[in-house]
Design a binder for this molecule. Structure first.
Ligand code: 2NL
Length: 344
């Protein structure tokens, strides 16, 4: 029995030398020390031994088990050390290599145009107001003389969230909120930039989300010539001192009278080209005198005060200014497009 145990130890330790992986080591452990292994079998058979023999064989069996166990443990530690070393070697970094240059970002062309426009109006004494993109029906429509069932507020054209909440379709609600906050005080002289939403199918010139800047001035004795002078100053700073404007009669529910504003084409300087379709003019703004009902609803007495308002689509202005042929370029974020507007 003793010899059998010693032979078993010898055999196990020899095989241990051949083991070359953690998996093989585990197989070996199961083979010699497992429930169905020879050692377990020998220990189980010890009941048949005499009382003198039993402790002696038991001691030898325990010694053999201990030797095999510590052999396996040592081997396992060896494998784990080798594994760690291998990983450390593969993960070494050469700290003497030059670093990677971080890629330089750029201001988005739309942000840049918004900033340019803001600067021009700040220079004329306007303040900048912003407001929520999720808006109440009242501020977006009702207070702008667009009562329920008005054709211009078709459910199909707006993103409604609930009966009362929608994505704002213009930045006018910011102006309404400002008028309410000012409680009839003058002057009101603000521009409101921001994202607006309309349920349109996207194509080269339409986007369900776009950027608008609206302006509003309220005071005593504000008249159409103030509107015209303000817009002329704006376009001449924006597109060049020789830029001209012309106004054509139009209609908006919130202004009366209303006017579309054209600028002389900044590409051909009015002589006619592909961009202005040989007319020499480009439509860039809607505008008008604030409707008396709109003034009244937001707390301004239309007998005492008058005002003008205007609105423009920023993407359209950026497209004209930079010759961009598809509005979707602003939102697809292709860096080859965006990098063309890197500031010097
Ligand atoms: C356009 C036309 C316009 C306004 C916006 C406005 C705001 C208030 C009162 C009266 Cl609170 N009017 N805004 C007026 C005329 C035109 O925008 O074509 N936008 C892209």
């Amino acid at each position: 029995m003793k010899e059998k145990l010693q032979a078993l130890k010898q055999e196990a330790l020899e095989q241990l030398q051949q083991v070359d992986s953690l998996a093989a080591l585990n197989d070996l452990r199961v083979k010699y020390l497992g429930k169905k292994g020879p050692l377990t079998e020998i220990l189980r058979g010890m009941g048949a031994l005499s009382a003198e023999e039993r402790p002696i064989i038991g001691q030898v069996a325990n010694e053999v088990r201990g030797a095999i166990e510590s052999g396996i443990q040592e081997k396992q530690a060896q494998f784990e050390r080798a594994e760690t070393e291998k990983r450390l070697r593969s993960e070494t970094i050469d700290v003497t290599l030059p670093g990677r240059k971080p890629k330089k970002g750029a201001v988005h062309p739309l942000s840049k145009i918004v900033e340019d426009i803001e600067e021009i109006f700040l220079g004329m004494g306007f303040k900048i107001e912003e407001g929520p993109e999720v808006e109440q029906d009242y501020f977006n429509f009702e207070a702008l003389n667009l009562p329920k069932n008005h054709p211009a507020r078709d459910m199909q054209d707006s993103f409604y969230l609930t009966e009362e909440l929608l994505m704002r379709t213009h930045t006018s609600p910011v102006q309404v909120r400002t008028m309410e906050r000012m409680q009839g005080e003058v002057p009101v002289k603000i521009i409101c930039p921001g994202r607006v939403y309309r349920r349109d199918d996207d194509d080269a010139t339409h986007s369900h989300m776009f950027t608008q800047i609206e302006g509003l001035v309220i005071d005593e004795h504000i008249r159409m010539s103030d509107l015209k002078g303000t817009l002329l100053q704006f376009v001449q700073e924006m597109f060049g001192a020789d830029t001209q404007i012309r106004m054509r009669p139009s209609f908006f529910p919130f202004t009366e009278p209303s006017a579309e504003v054209d600028v002389s084409c900044m590409i051909c300087r009015g002589s006619g080209c592909r961009v202005c379709k040989q007319t020499g003019w480009l439509e860039i703004l809607g505008s008008g005198m604030v409707h008396p009902r709109v003034l009244e609803m937001s707390g301004y007495d239309p007998k005492k005060y008058s005002g003008f308002a205007f609105g423009m689509g920023v993407e359209r202005i950026a497209m004209l200014k930079y010759g961009i042929e598809d509005i979707r370029h602003f939102y697809t974020n292709d860096v080859r497009f965006l990098n063309q507007f890197v500031r010097a």
